[in-house]
Design a protein around this ligand. Structure first.
Ligand SMILES: [Zn+2]
Length: 298
């Protein structure tokens, strides 16, 4: 939950459900088909699900309070309730609420090593109120990577790769090459500005590098599933990469003038995109502070 209401109220329209045809509908969770993957929206984040002979593969799991409802929706869509493999794109509670249920059922949980470390201790984030409690051991990742990994699941390759310092400092994206789909996680958003957890490792340089990686891996027609809201394409990612590079140059021009975050926001460096993505103040604030944290002695 975003705690900065001032920004939240001006952040444009709320998350929209994915636009493809609905397969099924639970109480609050919508299931949508994306090239044969089930995408479940409404549990806290977009959850990507693929059926296998010994249970489901999930990318992210929504919030803990919605875990039972999510698994019920997975069961309805995939005809299996067991989670065989769960990949966490990062450690935020909107993504890791299903970890305990998956671990309790004997499922493997895959993440970046940094995500495993965060889930093993109490943490704080400017994006969430209060302390985010450590998960019990059975909810923590059982297989981690620092960079890349892959697995064979139900006859297809599922690859995952680090997006350095983009949304946290432990982001993974998940690539389903056979389906031409990428689950991009937190760094990407289709209808509003993305969020950077700049006190937990998100850094403008890494954010840009992550867009370069996604733009290199995706084809123009690859479907990109963000952490929440509707899908994008690989062509959209290239356009956004160019937009963020132009912003990066403007940020450094401001940096050389001694600007603080508010000064930068007042120059409206993203004004050409405000109609499409809403007020960028929160994104600009976090992105600029990430530069200051890394380069100004404190
Ligand atoms: Zn997040």
């Amino acid at each position: 939950m975003l705690i900065n209401r001032r920004f939240l109220l001006s952040a444009g329209p709320p998350a929209l459900l994915l636009p493809a045809s609905a397969l099924a509908r639970g109480a609050d969770i919508t299931v949508t088909d994306v090239n044969g993957l089930a995408v479940l929206a409404g549990a806290g984040c977009n959850v990507v699900a693929l059926p296998g002979p010994e249970g489901a593969l999930l990318v992210d799991g929504g919030r803990a309070v919605n875990a039972a409802q999510l698994l019920k929706a997975v069961s309805g869509a995939l005809k299996t309730r067991r989670v065989h493999t769960l990949i966490n794109t990062h450690w935020h509670p909107d993504q890791t609420g299903c970890n305990e249920a998956a671990g309790r059922g004997g499922g493997q949980i895959i993440s970046h090593e940094v995500t495993r470390l965060y889930l093993g201790r109490d943490a704080r984030s400017p994006l969430y109120e209060g302390v985010i409690k450590a998960l019990p051991p059975r909810g923590r990742p059982t297989k981690t990577t620092y960079n890349t990994g892959s697995l064979e699941f139900a006859g297809e390759t599922v690859a995952y790769r680090y997006l350095p310092a983009a949304h946290t400092d432990g982001d993974l994206f998940v690539h389903f090459p056979k389906r031409n789909v990428i689950a991009a996680g937190g760094p990407v958003s289709a209808v509003r500005w993305p969020v950077m957890d700049h006190l937990n490792g998100a850094f403008m340089h890494g954010f840009l590098r992550s867009y370069e990686i996604l733009a290199a891996v995706a084809k123009p027609d690859t479907i990109i599933i963000p952490a929440d809201g509707p899908t994008l394409t690989g062509a959209d990612i290239v356009r956004q990469k160019d937009m963020y590079w132009a912003l990066f140059r403007q940020m450094f021009a401001g940096f050389n003038k001694g600007f603080g975050p508010r000064d930068l926001i007042e120059t409206r460096p993203l004004k050409d995109y405000e109609a499409q993505y809403g007020d960028p103040a929160q994104f600009l604030d976090a992105a600029y502070r990430s530069l200051q944290l890394a380069t100004v002695p404190h």
